[in-house]
Design a protein. Structure first.
Length: 315
């Protein structure tokens, strides 16, 4: 009996067993200047922290966008919870949990593919996108000066500088930026876990934005704007600043973006080597024995028709 027929359906060989990994082979090289990336990240985080500490001086004292449209009011009536404090606690937890989950999955994939150094580089690139999104959010909050929905619903209450910083949602922009940046860096590196990182983290970021509406802290348009800005920062900055090296795009280290990639681009066609052409290959001649003689072929019989003589016409 052969070995293949003796195997049971549940038997597995050592070669067939494959470990559960999040990266296939070494990660792809990306354009990364550690000093430049760390400088941008540190400067953006420091500026964001300064705007938070100087909120009383930077925030507007009167609303610049004091009203809203019918869509925001209708969604507020449907989505706001009775227990707004519980929704606020959930959104605060997701603001921290989504970036931590995305960063942990990205670091694990990078560590399995390239070690601790690669994990640190990937986290730095993702943090850079999140820090830029946070700084843009803080600047927009003070520039728009939009009243929050809870303050709009109770105009007689005393308004604080925080009640005029509704546009756009900082929780949502941070969560979406972290989710998009982690998934994009994982995709650029070639980790096979990038769809899971991006999908799960974006789902958590969506719930975070919903909870900000349920807590009556943001209008629906604030959440949509925060999600858009965070996604743009998380998806665009890693591709723009840290594309794959040697991928084309007009400059070394750029990323080639083609709407309709050709089936056989000119750069991928093999070039004919210079120099004389090699001689055409021919099969070796068949050696026959010395006493071999080809069989003699006699004349082929002449075709005849029924009733006709050989060599003449029929009667």
């Amino acid at each position: 009996m052969s070995s293949s027929s003796s195997r049971t359906p549940c038997s597995w060989s050592r070669d067939e067993a494959r470990p559960l990994t999040l990266a296939d082979g070494p990660p792809l090289d990306l354009r990364l200047d550690l000093s430049e990336t760390a400088g941008i990240t540190g400067a953006a985080l420091a500026a964001s922290l300064a705007t938070v500490l100087l909120k009383d001086q930077l925030a507007p004292h009167t609303c610049r966008i004091c009203g809203t449209d019918g869509l925001d009011i209708s969604l507020r009536r449907v989505l706001v919870w009775k227990d707004t404090a519980a929704a606020s606690h959930v959104s605060d937890a997701l603001e921290v949990g989504v970036p931590v989950l995305a960063a942990g999955a990205l670091a694990l994939s990078a560590w399995q593919g390239g070690g601790a150094r690669t994990a640190g580089e990937d986290l730095l690139m993702a943090t850079e996108a999140v820090s830029v999104a946070l700084l843009a959010t803080q600047v927009a909050k003070y520039a728009f000066g939009r009243v929050r929905p809870d303050a709009w619903a109770n105009p007689s209450a005393t308004r604080t500088p925080d009640s005029l910083t509704s546009m756009w949602s900082g929780h949502t922009s941070a969560a979406f930026a972290a989710a998009a940046a982690a998934g994009t860096v994982a995709r650029l590196r070639g980790y096979r876990s990038w769809p899971w990182i991006l999908g799960v983290a974006l789902a958590g970021a969506t719930v975070c934005g919903w909870m900000r509406i349920a807590a009556d802290r943001h209008w629906a348009t604030d959440v949509v704007a925060g999600a858009a800005i965070g996604s743009i920062a998380g998806l665009g900055l890693p591709v723009w600043l840290h594309g794959r090296t040697g991928a084309g795009g007009g400059q070394p280290g750029g990323v080639r973006l083609q709407a309709f990639p050709s089936a056989s681009p000119a750069s991928s066609r093999p070039r004919r080597p210079s120099g004389p052409r090699p001689a055409a290959w021919r099969p070796p001649a068949r050696r026959l024995p010395a006493d071999h003689r080809p069989p003699r072929r006699g004349p082929s019989p002449r075709p005849t028709r029924h009733g006709a003589r050989r060599g003449g016409r029929g009667r």
